[in-house]
Ligand binder design. Structure first.
Ligand SMILES: [Zn+2]
Length: 168
């Protein structure tokens, strides 16, 4: 019974959209880390895409609203800061949705590619690819794009500005 409840709770929490990129759900982003059902309490664990991301308060409220509307009486949202979120946690579907939305999907996957415990916070800076024409001849215009989680880039090839998710 608890297993079915947990699956329901996961499905509802997973459908919560990211307030900054509404085509993405928090499950697409890898922000949703875990859902536990403990008696009457649903406990949801989330990891912000970067510490201090202002969207996390909205995400927390949306998770609580969605779950209480679905009949879960007590919802706790816990923010888990360790291990830190990495772009590796984004689903492939999430990356495809981002590209379709006109935001460059995060690059700079960890060199090892492993999902083990030895995740290094240091990442190799790779060229940012223009989501419109695919050129890597791009430059950062501003470290803060349309939201503080994104940086504004400009493509030198097609001269289009675009948002790029900050890579951690
Ligand atoms: Zn371009």
């Amino acid at each position: 019974m608890t297993g079915a409840l947990r699956a329901d709770a996961w499905r509802i929490a997973a459908a919560v959209p990211d307030p900054e990129v509404p085509v993405l759900t928090i499950a697409d982003l890898g922000v949703l880390r875990g859902v536990e059902v403990d008696g009457d309490v649903v406990r949801v664990h989330i990891t912000p895409t970067y510490s201090g991301c202002p969207a996390m308060d909205t995400i927390r409220d949306d998770i609580i609203l969605a779950l209480t509307a679905a009949g879960f009486p007590l919802v706790e949202v816990r923010t888990v800061l360790s291990p830190a979120w990495t772009t590796d946690w984004m689903s492939d579907a999430g990356r495809q949705k981002l590209a379709a939305y006109g935001i460059a999907p995060p690059t700079g996957r960890s060199a090892s590619g492993s999902r083990g415990s030895t995740r290094s916070p240091i990442r190799i800076a790779l060229s940012v690819r223009c989501p419109r024409c695919g050129s890597v001849d791009t430059r950062e215009v501003s470290h803060f794009g349309s939201t503080s989680c994104k940086a504004l880039y400009e493509c030198r090839a097609c001269l289009e500005p675009f948002d790029h998710f900050k890579v951690h």
